[in-house]
Design a protein around this ligand. Structure first.
Ligand code: F42
Length: 145
């Protein structure tokens, strides 16, 4: 069993800890926005370690949309590299935990549709895209069959 390495960011680490310790009953929203968050568990592409990344909860039917915005920072979050290298993830949405497979959305029409869903769920994504010259990566996570 590989080791779990928590995020170096204290507030992120604290959110993951509370979310998981409470079995998905507490720590499930982004700070004071009240908007729901999921926890994506994935594998470090260099360390092979278990990584846990909270993201906004954006649903598309049974699927989840994962947005690598990191506040409109100039570079992609490093979890994007992990998902590109190893698409097997686990997603915790409150009390439900599911094995899923991710793929990066490259098709423009599909991305546009999912981006609209993402912005509806979390409007600041639009400002984040405007703040950066990089194209914010979007993944879709589908239940593993
Ligand atoms: N970030 C988003 O991008 N989108 C969201 O919708 C979002 C929502 C959200 C809600 C709640 C919350 O608490 C946080 C939220 N965040 C959101 C922030 C998100 O959880 C991440 O913290 C953020 O996206 C930055 O991700 P990151 O993977 O770049 O994190 C850095 C700080 C980090 O953890 N770096 C690690 C480190 O040790 O420096 C490396 C982690 C790692 O995966 N390493 C890989 C390995 O092999 O282990 C190597 C990666 C490589 O290729 O270099």
């Amino acid at each position: 069993m590989p080791d779990y390495i928590p995020s170096p960011r204290q507030w992120v680490r604290d959110q993951v800890e509370l979310y998981e310790r409470s079995g998905g009953k507490e720590g499930t929203t982004l700070r004071d926005t009240g908007l729901p968050v999921i926890i994506v568990t994935h594998t470090g592409n260099k360390t092979g370690a278990i990584r846990k990344t909270p993201l906004m909860r954006v649903k598309d039917g049974a699927n989840y949309v994962l947005v690598g915005s990191v506040g409109g920072a100039p570079t992609n979050p490093v979890w994007v590299n992990n998902l590109r290298a190893n698409p097997a993830v686990e997603i915790r949405d409150h009390t439900a935990v599911q094995a899923m497979r991710v793929r990066e959305v490259k098709d423009e029409a599909e991305r546009a549709r999912l981006w609209r869903l993402a912005v509806a769920a979390y409007p600041p994504y639009e400002e984040y895209q405007a703040k950066t010259t990089r194209r914010i990566p979007v993944f879709i996570a589908e239940p593993k069959r």
